[in-house]
Design a protein around this ligand. Structure first.
Ligand SMILES: [Zn+2]
Length: 233
C-alpha cells in the first residue's frame, strides 16, 4: 500500500473499487482510492467534497468543545441563547453573573475571593443564572406557543434532562424542557416547545405529528439538525 498527498490530504492507494472518504470521531480523515485511478480524478472528488468535510469537522469540533469539562476560568467560552460568550471571572463583594453584549460578547462572573479558584462553586453560580434565565425565557416562549396552538399545559418543568431536550406527558398535559436549551438559539428552543406541545395532539412521531409541526414551523428540520440527532424529544 502506498500513500500519496493530494490537496494536502493523505490518500491511501489500495485494492478498492471506489474512493472511500471517512472522517473519524477524532477528526482524522481517512481516504482510500483504487491503485490505478488517476490523481486528477481523486483531486476533483476531493474538491467536490470539501464543503462537506469542512462541515463535518466543524460539527465534531463543536461536540468536542461541548464535552470538555468547563473550568470556569477567564477566557473560557460559554454559550447563551445560541451565542458564544467569553467568560471573565472577577473578585467582588458578591456573587453575580452579568452579560455584556458590546464589542465582544462577555459573561462576567463576579465572585467572592474565597471561591475565585473553586470551579465547583463557580459552576453552581453560573448554573443558577442559566436556570433563572431559562425560567423566564422558556415560560415566555411557552405562553407564546400555547396561544398560537390554542393548547394548555397543567405542569411545566425546567430541569437537566439526560439525553433529551424535552418531553411531554400528553395524558397529564405535562411538559418538561431541558435547562441546557438556554444555551441554544431561540429558534431551537421554540422548536422543542412546539414539538412538545404538538405531542398533546399527536402522542407519537407519525406523519400527522410532523405535518402539524411543519404547518407552524416550515423550517423545523433546520432546528432538528442544529439540535443534534443524538438528543430525542
Ligand atoms: Zn417527540
Amino acid at each position: 500500500m502506498k500513500t500519496e498527498k493530494i490537496l494536502g490530504y493523505e490518500v491511501h492507494r489500495k485494492k478498492v473499487k471506489n474512493i472511500n472518504l471517512r472522517i473519524k470521531e477524532n477528526m482524522e480523515i481517512y481516504i482510500s482510492a483504487p491503485e490505478n485511478l488517476h490523481s486528477d480524478y481523486i483531486k476533483n472528488f476531493l474538491i467536490s467534497k470539501e464543503k462537506w468535510i469542512k462541515n463535518v469537522l466543524k460539527k465534531l469540533e463543536k461536540i468536542k468543545e461541548e464535552r470538555k469539562e468547563k473550568e470556569y476560568i477567564t477566557g473560557e467560552i460559554h454559550n447563551f441563547l445560541g451565542q458564544k460568550y467569553i467568560l471573565t471571572v472577577k473578585n467582588g463583594n458578591f456573587n453575580r453573573v452579568a452579560l455584556k453584549n458590546d464589542k465582544k460578547n462577555e459573561i462576567i462572573l463576579t465572585v467572592y475571593s474565597d471561591i475565585f479558584d473553586n470551579s465547583e462553586e463557580k459552576k453552581k453560580i453560573l448554573e443558577k443564572w442559566y436556570f433563572e434565565n431559562a425560567k423566564k425565557i422558556f415560560l415566555e416562549l411557552l405562553k407564546k406557543w400555547m396561544k398560537i396552538l390554542n393548547e394548555d399545559v397543567k405542569k411545566f418543568l425546567i430541569k437537566p434532562l439526560n439525553k433529551k431536550w424535552g418531553f411531554c406527558n400528553y395524558e397529564k398535559k405535562y411538559v418538561a424542557l431541558n435547562v441546557e436549551l438556554i444555551k441554544r438559539t431561540p429558534f431551537e428552543i421554540e422548536y422543542v416547545i412546539l414539538h412538545e406541545l404538538a405531542h398533546l395532539k399527536y402522542p407519537n412521531h407519525g406523519k400527522g405529528f410532523y405535518n402539524y409541526v411543519e404547518k407552524y414551523m416550515p423550517n423545523y428540520r433546520n432546528a432538528e439538525k442544529m439540535l443534534n440527532a443524538k438528543h430525542h424529544y
